[in-house]
Ligand binder design. Structure first.
Ligand code: FPP
Length: 229
């Protein structure tokens, strides 16, 4: 969800106004995904590197997460959206951790869109965390070295119970992954949109999905093999 700061600057406002407008885009995109029948949506809200931002911006972002969770959780539940938050949550203030857990608990029964918010998340953290859990199993004698393979490691990564990530969208014109879902995007289609996140909505989402639907996904095979079915 890149481009909040630049959008605010264009409006002659402080960066925080961009994040607030970005929260409105979150609401629009979650709603559109629900309507389009998307199974899972994962949003990069705060990276493990975002702590390096000015203290005030980090504090205001935390406040925004708190208010957004309080405000939206009822509507998530009403729309059958199941919330999950991925990342190293122990670094957040206790009241935010409590609010996150309470919001997750409120939507546990929901069976529609899986909404995953990545907060203090990093793709490298995700893989390292999975490796640590594999090592623990080996240490406990529950797993032998020979049993470690991609599937075993995958089982310990975040989102392993959800379908493969089909489409990766980055807004705001930068063409890089910035430590988002590294393991999970091995075969994702990438769409880099120039639209700044506060201006991203149903139309831009549909445009990204349209680009995705025109791609030939080969997964290592040749184009001819795919055409032959
Ligand atoms: C990146 O834009 C955006 C963020 C680091 C924060 C994303 C947060 C929100 C959209 C707020 C609401 C989120 C939830 C889940 C309620 P940037 O600040 O790097 O923009 P810039 O590159 O233009 O400076």
């Amino acid at each position: 969800m890149d481009g909040n700061g630049r959008w605010a600057k264009q409006q002659g406002k402080a960066r925080h106004h961009g994040h607030k407008a970005g929260a409105e885009s979150v609401r629009r995109v979650v709603q559109a995904c629900g309507e389009l029948g998307v199974e899972a949506l994962t949003l990069f809200a705060f990276s493990s590197e975002n702590w390096k931002r000015p203290k005030l911006e980090v504090e205001l972002l935390m406040e925004l997460f708190m208010t957004a969770l309080s405000r939206e959780v009822k509507s998530l539940k009403k729309n059958n959206v199941k919330l999950r938050v991925i990342g190293e949550l122990s670094a957040f203030p206790q009241r935010l951790q409590d609010k996150i857990q309470k919001s997750i608990d409120e939507t546990t029964e929901c069976t529609g869109l899986h909404l995953n918010i990545a907060a203090n998340y990093g793709g490298r953290w995700d893989v390292a965390n999975a490796a640590k859990q594999i090592a623990r199993q080996v240490q406990l004698g529950e797993l032998s070295l020979d049993q470690i393979d991609e599937n075993q490691l995958n089982a310990f990564t975040q989102l392993s119970d959800l379908p493969e990530v089909d489409l990766f969208i980055r807004t705001g014109g930068e063409v890089r992954v910035s430590n988002f879902l590294l393991w999970q995007i091995a075969y994702s289609e990438m769409v880099f949109s120039d639209v700044l996140w506060p201006e991203f909505g149903e139309e831009a989402l549909k445009d990204a999905i349209d680009q995705f639907s025109k791609r030939q996904r080969r997964f290592g095979k040749t184009g001819e093999q795919i055409e032959e079915g």
